[in-house]
Each structure stands twice: as C-alpha cells, then as structure tokens.
Write a protein that binds this ligand. Sequence first.
Ligand SMILES: [Zn+2]
Length: 65
Amino acid sequence: MVHPEMCLEPETEQMGIRCTSCEKRLTFGKALVIDERYYCWEHYLEVTGITPATEGRENDPRTLE
Ligand SMILES: [Zn+2]
C-alpha cells in the first residue's frame, strides 16, 4: 500500500519550502540546503561566500601603460 502523503510532487511546492533569508518560496529543484536549512540561489551564494564568476572584472592583469 502507498500512502497519499508519500506521493508529493516536488514541482508542485506542496512541501512549502522557503528560503531561510528572504522567505521566497522554492521548489526542491531550486532549493539549496545548508545545515538542514533551505536557501534560494542568491542567498546560498551569500551564506557560503561564493561570488559569481561574472563579477570582479576591475583588475585587468593585461593593463597597458
Ligand atoms: Zn533568499
């Protein structure tokens, strides 16, 4: 026998996951877990200290004089 409660679809957000920082609703596919807490991608980067590779282009190593 399979209980109905065991058949929740992650995409339907029925589990009610929210980002710990901004409380934005998340799907299982987008939620990132740190210490059993859920974060959206934006706050996952903030909490972990990871900076997107597209940032920080001010220092150009090939500066010409
Ligand atoms: Zn967030």
